[in-house]
Design a protein around this ligand. Structure first.
Ligand SMILES: C[S@@+](CC[C@H](N)C(=O)[O-])C[C@H]1O[C@@H](n2cnc3c(N)ncnc32)[C@H](O)[C@@H]1O
Length: 381
């Protein structure tokens, strides 16, 4: 079904919103003031999710997207706005999500020092020889030749990957901003394995010493913003503290933090990441770190500490983990999140049930030109 729609406001995470009769309609890639024609993607009793077909009258702040793939590619969804408008929108959405949970807080928002060519880690699909990203609302892969957000090194590598002539797989690429090294892995039986002929790891440096990272594991995507988040975390802790880092990965936050505190324990479910974190601690001659491979969502006793740091996946903290943090003796909690909705949900539980007061909230434009938003919340009691 197609219909005309006037977009009246933004709603989290940054979609345009309007009414079709009594029904609420959510349309990505639209802005208040747009008069658009849309197609229904999903219809429920009270709301419709629709896709933008045609702009009849554009909002006054629309700009021409600078990427040649913007119309077709499912990657970016905010390039029709200036970077200033994108940041204002994300700040507003972060505020709104927290307001819904009863927090009257206006977050700070940090823009990315580079907004184009700011992505140094990506997953690229390969479908019948076509290397690129999924097209909008589709499983089809659209070829990428002029992406504006990928690092120049990753863009150069795409031709080489196309030439391999592989079909139906996913490549993971990771580039070091510090020295340009590039690692590639490929999906095989739902796992990422090294791609023959390509390095599998890189060395990055966020200003606190060398950090080995693998393309097959987790790595932060925007090194400019990652560096700023690390600086903020390091400023929040003091040297007497015993710190426990939950979801620590290969140690991106652990190593800078370990240099500042008395003792750091890092926990992650991935044994490969824990091995890497230990290797990184050795590389940096740190003797106050302890890394444990464990599932934080299952019963697992957390070590005693003064402060927790966590950077969970999008679904946020598990109920069991929140209970443990709540019952601990820690009086500080630094929570990094890539999903404001689960961050605000967890913040409400921590503050209402366990006396953790939200003392700071900062958004970071990690994922420029998309509605995704990274945030750091500081809790104290
Ligand atoms: C957003 S990443 C953060 C990693 C780290 N902060 C970094 O910058 O590399 C989330 C991490 O959570 C880990 N993880 C996911 N589920 C988990 C679980 N149930 N228990 C422990 N760790 C988990 C993943 O292995 C991943 O390393």
């Amino acid at each position: 079904m197609r219909f005309e729609l006037e977009i009246i406001k933004y709603v989290p995470p940054g979609d345009g919103f309007g009414y079709h009769g009594e029904k609420a309609v959510f349309v990505p890639e639209t802005s208040p003031g747009d008069l658009v024609e849309v197609t229904v993607v999903r219809e429920k009793k009270k709301f419709i999710i629709a896709a933008l077909d045609k702009i009849i009258t554009p909002a006054t702040n629309r700009i021409d997207p600078s990427c040649p793939h913007y119309e077709d590619c499912g990657g970016c969804s905010l390039m029709h706005l200036s970077i200033e408008d994108q940041v204002e929108l994300k700040q507003q959405m972060l505020k709104e999500v927290f307001n819904r949970y009863g927090f009257q807080i206006t977050p700070e928002f940090v823009t990315s020092p580079a907004t184009y060519q700011s992505r140094y880690r990506t997953k690229i699909k390969c479908q019948d020889g076509v290397v690129g990203f999924s097209a909008k609302n589709s499983h089809r892969v659209t070829p990428i030749t002029g992406c504006r957000i990928l690092s120049a090194g990753i863009m150069k590598e795409l031709d080489r990957l196309s030439a391999l002539g592989r079909s139906n797989c996913e490549f993971s690429l990771l580039q070091s901003r510090q020295n340009g090294e590039l690692a590639v892995s490929v999906s095989e039986n739902r796992r990422q394995v090294p791609l023959p002929g390509f390095p599998s790891s890189i060395t990055e440096d966020y200003g606190f010493g060398p950090l080995k990272l693998k393309s097959s594991g987790f790595a932060q995507s925007n090194p400019f913003i990652t560096k700023l988040i690390i600086n903020a975390l390091v400023e929040e802790v003091d040297q007497e503290q015993a710190l426990c880092e939950l979801y620590c990965g290969g140690g991106t936050f652990s190593l800078p933090l370990a240099g500042k505190v008395r003792k750091l324990t890092g926990i992650d479910i991935s044994e490969a990441s824990i091995r890497l974190a230990k290797e990184n601690a050795d590389l940096n001659q740190l003797d106050n770190t302890f890394f444990i491979a464990a599932n934080l969502e299952k019963e697992m006793k957390l070590p005693k500490c003064d402060c927790f740091v966590a950077d969970p996946p999008r679904k946020g903290l598990g109920q069991f983990l929140i209970l443990q943090i709540g019952k601990s003796e820690a009086d500080r909690f630094l929570y990094v999140s890539c999903n404001p909705a689960t961050l605000a949900r967890d913040a409400e539980i921590l503050s209402q049930n366990f006396g953790f007061k939200l003392s700071g909230l900062t958004g970071y434009d990690m994922y420029c030109h998309s509605t995704h938003c990274e945030a750091l919340a500081v809790f104290e009691r």
